[in-house]
Design a protein around this ligand. Structure first.
Ligand code: ADP
Ligand code: ZN
Length: 517
């Protein structure tokens, strides 16, 4: 590893390894099969670039993004490393130079786009080239259920078998199913040495806010960071446009970005973002992989992301330079409903849907965390941590209360009305409100009618939102979103378990009717 340390500074100009890098570099350089799960911005490229220099022959790097490959080749070339890429973006001269370097045995890193694997010539060429290592970037692209699926990634396992060389796979996606799929498809089911490291990004401040007036919440968050580069993620394309407009009207430089735009227009935004200071991009998650700007100072979510992995990847784009960066995520009952129905209405098989609900639950658990958010977040990724001092809940610890009784009242209102109603009507029942719907249905004769005197309407809304976040209730799309009880709620209803909720979010619940953006 002395060699590694020396090349780290002489070639890459870094004085020390980041957390996790040294062990991964050692394993990869030693020729062991490796799966490394590292967060975005954690420094995974070094974990195959450095071993490539320590091993004989050529390292083949498979990556889904031509722009990233070209960036890395440029960086390596500037550092004096012989590297090249074979992609559809090549000029004939570039391709010629790559072939020449392969022929004379000087090439150390060869980046190839996954599409190249489909041509039989590629394997033949690589067999002759003296490949000693295959590195796979964004290895989760091999997962058919992920939204980054790349069919050509399925050929990588075949290539590994044909070349019979070690393979190192890298991804930022930590969930167990994706990991299992990577092991099956890239390593033929033989578990590689697995590293799960460095998920903590201590420079990222974490915060969540309950949506009250989302447009104003985003505007005031941005106003406090005027002149800094930031990203606002939205759940819909339309919202990226209206929110970018609102930010411009508030005096910011802002533009929108989504998958429905012309490729050329998107490229303009990408280029502006990486070259201008203080631009805000309001985007769907289409703006993501390939954004390689180290000094993004903040990321805000105007809508709840779809999973804890998505959340982590998106906030992880901020502060890659290691300097402090702020993140803030808005969420409310509508988000929970939206994300649940997205999963339920999708085409995935039932096991996959259950896993997606679990990933959403993990994010909701983080949104409604009772203590330090970083502990909850890192806990999900399998790491333990002390309270971080850099999240909103460390800054002002939430006021907790034993909510067992009110939650049981709410569950019983759900059951006594046959699981056919949404939170609004259930709250009317609990509060004993006199409405036509209550009288028509005879709900004023229920034993739960009027028993919920402990909270006002806002208070009950917050209780229902937290119940949904703890997955005690779920909206049923087949019943127009009526709330149904989950298995997790049974012990509470039966009096076998209690539940603690947060009081602060109840007090902070909306005063005015929700304003839609
Ligand atoms: P990702 O894991 O998202 O692929 P990169 O490999 O692009 O991340 O690394 C993110 C940033 O961290 C890059 O700017 C890279 O130069 C920097 N970096 C990587 N390793 C180190 C290190 N040991 N010391 C300092 N900076 C590093
Ligand atoms: Zn904390």
């Amino acid at each position: 590893m002395q060699d590694a340390q020396a090349q780290l500074s002489s070639v890459f100009g870094f004085s020390a390894f980041r957390p996790g890098q040294a062990e991964i570099v050692e394993a990869v350089a030693a020729g062991r099969n490796v799966l490394a799960i590292m967060p975005t911005g954690g420094g995974k490229s070094l974990c195959f670039q450095l071993p490539a220099l320590m091993r004989p022959g050529v390292t083949v790097v498979i990556s889904p993004l031509i722009a990233l490959m070209r960036d890395q080749v440029r960086g390596l070339t500037e550092a004096g490393v012989v590297a090249g890429a074979l992609t559809s973006g090549n000029t004939p001269e570039e391709t010629e130079a790559v072939w020449a370097a392969l022929e004379d045995g000087t090439l150390k890193l060869l980046y190839i786009a996954p599409e190249r694997l489909a041509s039989s010539g590629t394997e033949r060429m690589l067999r002759r080239a003296g490949v000693s290592l295959i590195a796979v970037d964004e290895a989760h692209c091999v997962s058919q259920w992920g939204h980054d699926f790349r069919p050509d990634y399925l050929r990588i396992g075949e290539l590994r078998r044909a070349l019979d060389v070690p393979l190192a796979a890298f991804t930022a996606t930590a969930d167990a199913e994706t990991r299992e799929e990577i092991v099956q498809r890239l390593f033929d089911g033989q578990p590689p040495e697995t590293f799960l490291r460095g998920f903590d990004r201590p420079n990222l401040a974490l915060a969540f806010e309950v949506k009250t007036n989302p447009r104003n919440q985003i505007l005031s968050f941005a106003a406090a960071r005027k002149g800094q580069s930031g990203i606002v993620y939205c759940g819909t394309r339309a919202k990226t446009e209206t929110l970018a407009q609102a930010l411009r009207e508030a005096g910011h430089t802002a533009c929108h970005y989504h998958g429905g735009m012309e490729a050329e227009d998107r490229r303009v935004v990408e280029t502006r973002f990486s070259t201008e200071d203080g631009l805000i991009v309001v985007a769907t998650i289409a703006f993501g992989m390939g954004v390689d700007k180290p000094d993004i100072r903040w990321v805000a979510h105007a809508d709840l992301p779809k999973s804890i992995e998505g959340y982590y990847q998106e906030i992880g784009r901020a502060g890659r330079d290691g300097a402090p960066a702020d993140t803030m995520t808005l969420y409310g009952p509508d988000d929970i409903r939206f994300r649940r129905s997205q999963i339920d209405e999708g085409l995935a098989p039932p096991e996959r849907k259950a896993a997606d609900h679990a990933r959403l639950n993990a994010l909701l658990g983080l949104a409604e965390a009772l203590g330090c958010r970083r502990q909850v977040l890192l806990g999900y990724f399998g790491e333990t941590a002390e309270p971080c001092g850099n999240c909103d809940l460390c800054a002002s610890p939430p006021d907790l209360f034993d909510a067992t009784t009110p939650v049981r009242k709410a569950l019983s209102a759900i059951l006594r009305t046959g699981e056919w109603f949404g939170a609004g009507h259930l709250i009317d029942i609990l509060m004993g409100t006199d409405t036509d719907k209550i009288r028509e249905r005879g709900h004023d004769r229920l034993p739960t009618f009027g028993v919920g005197t402990e909270f006002d309407k806002r208070g009950w809304q917050a209780v229902f939102r937290q119940m949904a976040a703890h997955d005690l209730v779920r909206p049923d799309p087949a019943r127009h979103g009526a709330l149904r009880m989950t298995e997790a709620a049974r012990p509470i209803l039966r009096g076998e378990a209690g539940i603690t909720l947060r009081h602060d979010t109840i007090k902070a619940a909306p005063r005015k009717p929700q304003v839609k953006m």
